[in-house]
Structures are given as structure tokens and as C-alpha cells.
Design a protein around this ligand. Structure first.
Ligand code: SAM
Length: 293
């Protein structure tokens, strides 16, 4: 069945007594070539398992099911589960597993353990706007060995994820993402390709995760705390911003640390790339070890 067809979507919604639930960010894709392009680009090997977040009525799930060995689709909206059983009935047998739940609360390591034993695992989703950043952060911080994460999100957020250090779009999420992998902007998708149409344009981004991270901070928690402090007060110079994040370290010491990393004391945190953040965080970590009673 053609889930890009508006009448088909309306009919299925009516049969299963469904409404578009704003609180779950339900904007369903209606352009077949966009759906195909996302499914094609999310993974290079057919033996992969794809974790789909938010299948909705299953338009992307269908395409994934014909390209990859296994699709695990997590959907929060209970009402969509019986509809998915119907819309995915034409998919190759045994490929799609629909899981009812909130991706932020499910035990992903247990759910995906057999998939990781089988082969590569990639994430693919048309993500709900209301929770894009928390979902991306929790996938990255899970340390699960995903090959890649391909998601359609708000176009402005894609700009942020792909920004270079020193640009206005560069933020804490960019630096943190660069620690785990590299983001690549694939293509833009205008609001008219969804039902109902969202207020903003979207874009698809692919995050290729490092198998071996090129950075080895002495302490990850200090790295993330350093990045957070640098951007929480991004208009302030780095010694001032870090003072707020590390109140236990005198500002003069922070200035010395920043200068010994090769930066001017009046630099702003937004100019530092991830390698420079790692070097800075290592110095802060060592300093705190030394001053601890
Ligand atoms: N994949 C479908 C498509 O492209 O047409 C639907 C995409 S829609 C933008 C987002 C989907 O994510 C909805 O089906 C929504 O119910 C689901 N969703 C929202 N929050 C979720 C969560 N925390 N966990 C799992 N699914 C969620």
C-alpha cells in the first residue's frame, strides 16, 4: 500500500481511529523519493540491522524492510501499533519488529544485543522535532557501537551539527558530536513533503560514528563539563566562562591553563575545536587532581 498517498493516510487514520498527535511530533512523510533517499543512504550494507525511531504509519519502515536484514522500529504511540501491523503486512517475513515504547526509556543495550552480535547496526529516523537533541545525545552517550545515525531533523539543527568551530552555528552539541563522529549534511526537505506540514524546513544528516575515537581524554566527565561551561556563557571570554563551570579553580589558574594550551586569555570557547577542548579538559583534570587535598 502507498503510505505516501494522502487519501491512504487519511483512510488508515480513520479506520484505526487515529489523529495526528502534536505532542509526539507526528509529521508523516508523503514524498516517496525522499523516503527512498533516506532509506538508501542510512547504511551501506544489506546485512545491517536498522533501528528506526518513530515509524509512524510505517512509510520509511517499509522501504527499510526491503533493503536491510532486520528493522527494529520503536514507536511511542500505542494507537499506531495495530495500524503498523496492517501497513507492514506486505514486508518480507520476519524482517520488521515493532516495539511499543519511548526510545528515551527503553533498555537499548538489551534490546539491540542480538543485533550487535549479528552485524552492523545503524539508526535511521524521521525524528520528532520536540525531542531531537535529547534523542541524539542519548544515542551518542549510550556508547553503543552504531555504525551511523541518519536522521531527518529541523534544518537549523543540521546546520548546528555540521558547523565549524568559530562559526555562529557552532555550539556545545557540535563539539560533543565531533568527539563521537562526523556529521554530513545530505539534503534538505521542505515542509510541503509532510502531513501535516510542519512550520519549519527539515534536512537529513548522517553521523558517521568513529569505530576508534581519535581523542582519548583523561576524563570524559571533565571534557563534557568543560564544553558545557564554555558554551553556557558563550559571549564571555573563556576564563570567565570556565570560572562559572569550575568554581573550585581560581580564575588566575584557569587563565594560566588556557594560555599553556596555546590560546590567548581573551579567547572565546566557541573558537575551540574538539581536539583543543580535549587538551584543555586534560589540563583542567590534572590541575584538579593536583589541588585535591
Ligand atoms: N517515520 C514516520 C514518517 O516518516 O512518516 C513518522 C515520523 S514522525 C516525525 C515521528 C514519530 O516518532 C511519530 O510516529 C511519533 O509518534 C514517534 N515518537 C515521538 N516520540 C517518540 C519517542 N520518545 N520514542 C519513540 N517514538 C516516538
Amino acid at each position: 500500500m502507498n503510505l505516501c498517498d494522502i487519501k491512504t493516510i487519511r483512510d488508515i487514520m480513520s479506520i484505526y481511529n487515529l489523529t495526528f498527535r502534536k505532542e509526539f511530533g507526528q509529521n508523516f512523510l508523503t514524498n516517496r523519493s525522499v523516503v527512498e533517499d533516506i532509506a538508501d543512504s542510512c547504511c551501506s550494507t544489506a546485512d545491517a540491522t536498522i533501528l528506526e525511531i518513530g515509524p509512524g504509519l510505517g512509510v520509511l519502515t517499509q522501504e527499510l524492510a526491503f533493503r536491510y536484514q532486520k528493522v527494529i522500529a520503536i514507536e511511542i504511540d500505542n494507537g499506531l501499533i495495530p495500524a503498523l501491523r496492517y501497513t507492514l503486512s506486505d514486508c518480507p517475513e520476519g524482517v520488521v519488529e515493532v516495539v511499543h515504547g519511548d526510545v528515551m526509556k527503553l533498555d537499548l543495550p538489551s534490546l539491540l544485543a542480538p543485533a550487535f552480535d549479528r552485524g552492523p547496526v545503524a539508526v535511521c529516523a524521521n525524528l520528532p522535532y520536540y525531542i531531537t537533541t535529547p534523542i541524539l545525545m542519548s544515542l551518542l552517550e549510550s556508547h553503543l557501537p552504531f555504525e551511523s545515525i541518519t536522521v531527518m531533523i529541523q534544518s537549523e539543527v543540521v546546520d548546528r551539527l555540521c558547523a565549524k568551530a568559530g562559526s555562529s552555528a557552532y555550539g556545545a552539541i557540535t563539539a560533543v558530536l565531533n568527539y563521537y563522529g562526523e556529521a554530513e549534511r545530505l539534503f534538505k526537505v521542505s515542509a510541503g513533503n509532510f502531513m501535516p506540514a510542519p512550520k519549519v524546513d527539515s534536512a537529513v544528516v548522517k553521523i558517521n560514528l568513529y569505530k576508534e575515537k581519535p581523542y582519548r581524554p583523561l576524563d570524559e566527565a571533565t571534557l563534557f563539563r568543560t564544553i558545557k561551561a564554555a558554551f553556557e556563557q558563550r559571549r564571555k571570554t573563556l576564563p570567565n566562562a570556565l570560572s562559572a563551570g569550575f568554581p573550585d579553580i581560581p580564575k588566575a589558574d584557569l587563565t594560566t591553563i588556557i594560555e599553556s594550551c596555546g590560546h590567548r586569555a581573551d579567547i572565546r570557547g566557541e573558537r575551540l575545536d574538539i581536539a583543543e577542548f580535549v587538551a584543555l579538559a586534560d589540563m583542567i583534570y590534572q590541575h584538579r587532581q593536583n589541588i585535591q587535598p
